[in-house]
Each structure stands twice: as structure tokens, then as C-alpha cells.
Design a protein around this ligand. Sequence first.
Ligand SMILES: [Mg+2]
Length: 278
Amino acid sequence: MTRLSQLVMDQGIQTVLVDASGVLYTDDGVVPGVPETIQSLRDAGCYVIVVTNNSGHSQAMIADRLTRFGIPIDPQDVISSGLGLSEDAQCRQIIEGRSVFVYGRASSHGYVTMAGGQIVDEVGDSEVVVMMASLKADNQAVYESVRAHVIATGVPVVCANPDQYIWNQEGLYKVCGYYATQLEKETSCSMTWIGKPFCNFSMVVHDILMRRNISVDNNVLFIDDNIHNVDRLRSDLGILGGCVSLTGLMNHYGMDIIQIGQNTDYVFETLAGEISTN
Ligand SMILES: [Mg+2]
């Protein structure tokens, strides 16, 4: 019996929504004890769904990776911010029937085609730019070509990964949302954000849960390493929230901004570790 599965039983929690990077795994691999914790939740009859801002990989790829980490999961039980492109009416309206340049990798193209967009290889041919993931190689060159196109044409931009930083072995590492914020500042473009911690994505999560006949209330617990995500999803949906403190982004934000009862219900050391409440 893990600490989290005990909490789930004590509180009558039936569904656990859990972030991936910084909670299930870090740069160092799977967080120790987490596969056993997830299994113990399932043994307690709890439904586990991953809610992630990873729009750089398909649901199947994310599920494969987690399975390799000893956390088997159905791709349907991965709610990625990339899904917001097809699930959110406003995003869909921007993309559907248009030619789309993806700032990111081919592994995220599926989210755009699901939303009715047609992928183009050259940014100059696009009617919409969708930002899905920063690039390991050529990031600056691709970013600059996007910026030039946006300034020249005023095409709308959608960012499906609002994460500004991830925490890795070198410390803070800039990712997609950082470059989207920079693009917004440098071009005054029309930017639509989808993903945690935006209300439109909370509603995407809400609608997917409702379609699965999950009542969205305090029988649902959401756990993330970003307190802003916990705060937002918890207050938008009226569910319970938990933040992990020793893995992921709390290294950056610091414990002083966490107020139990104010923006989270629980603080976990790690998903497998001790739990504090007030
Ligand atoms: Mg995270």
C-alpha cells in the first residue's frame, strides 16, 4: 500500500489525473517507486489518466514511453495538450481547412491533421503557424523564419505547449512556450494558447472526462509539478489538486508560493513519497 493509494481510499477518489514529465519521470528516468504507486492506485479501483503538455509526441508515443518506464497505459488515457487543437472549438476553427506550418517535429503532425489542418513544409506557404515543440537542432533558424513570416503576413499562431521551461540536469531549459512568448512580444501576433494552465484546456479535460462518464468533482485528483497548473485545473474544474515538490519544476518555483488550501490540497515529496496536507 502506497501513501497515495491510502489517500485515494481515505478520500474516495476514483480518478487520478497525473502529469508526466517531472512527476512520473525526469531526465534521470522514471521516478523511483512510481510504477508501483500507479499499480497500487489501479489495484484500489482508481482510473489513472495522464494529462500532459507534451504536444511533441503522439498519444501512442507517450504511452509507449511510459510503458517502457514500467507504467503501462492505453494511448486513449493520455490527454495531451496537442489534442486541444481538435477538441477546442476556437483552435479547430483557426486550423480547419488551412495550410499549417508546425514549429516542432513530425511526431506532432497528427494533432494538426486531426483538427482538419493540412501540413506544409515551408513556413512561407502557411496560413497558420502551430507551435508544438522547440527543436534540438536549428531552433533559432526555424524560430526566425516563423517570426519573419508572422511579421510579413499576420497569420494567426497557436501554441499547444505553454511550458516555458523544463528542469533538467543543467537546470532550467527553455522550451516551446518560452519561444511562443518571445514571438508574441516580438511580433504582436494573434496568439492562441492551449494546454495547462489555460482555462480552454481545463474545459477540454472536463469534456473528455464527461464523455467517459466520470463526474468532475472532488472524486477526481490532479497531480502536477507546476503549481500554476494545479491551481488552474483545480479551480476551473472543482477537483482536488496535488503538487510534487522534489521532482520537476518546484525546484524552480520554490515552496514559498505553495499554499495548501489556497492553490493545492496536497503536497507530495514525489508521487511515491510522503504527503502533506494542512
Ligand atoms: Mg510537468
